[in-house]
Write a protein of this length. Structure first.
Length: 114
């Protein structure tokens, strides 16, 4: 059986920088028992880790404390944080590993915006 490989064009509006970085969106749900100071430290640590991987954080939005749709790790609510940044695609697994082992982050969603 012969298979043919075709290159799929990027959808309209999708952009990637010349250095191979892609646009990402990261939603974090952080432990609701953390103080404001600890939340700021967590936000700073995540931003610094992304920068350390060669990324560029464009925007950080604190969305506040919200009720969860279902309990996660015995929590019924959490602090939501939204980050927009650029990062090389080969660095995203390292970022996800770091988010998985972080004790203050109870859930995350990393989405490639391209």
């Amino acid at each position: 059986m012969v298979t043919k490989t075709t290159k799929v064009a990027k959808p309209a509006g999708a952009t990637s920088s010349a250095d191979g970085q892609r646009n990402y969106e990261l939603m974090l749900v952080i432990n609701p028992e953390w103080t404001e100071e600890k939340l700021n430290i967590t936000t700073s640590n995540v931003s610094q880790f992304i920068t350390g991987l060669g990324g560029n954080v464009a925007e950080v939005k604190a969305l506040g404390k919200r009720k969860l749709a279902y309990p996660i790790k015995h929590f019924n609510e959490g602090y939501y944080l939204l980050l927009h940044f650029k990062l090389k695609s080969e660095s995203s697994p390292e970022l996800e590993n770091r988010l998985n082992i972080s004790e203050e982050i109870i859930r995350y969603l990393l989405k490639n915006m391209e």
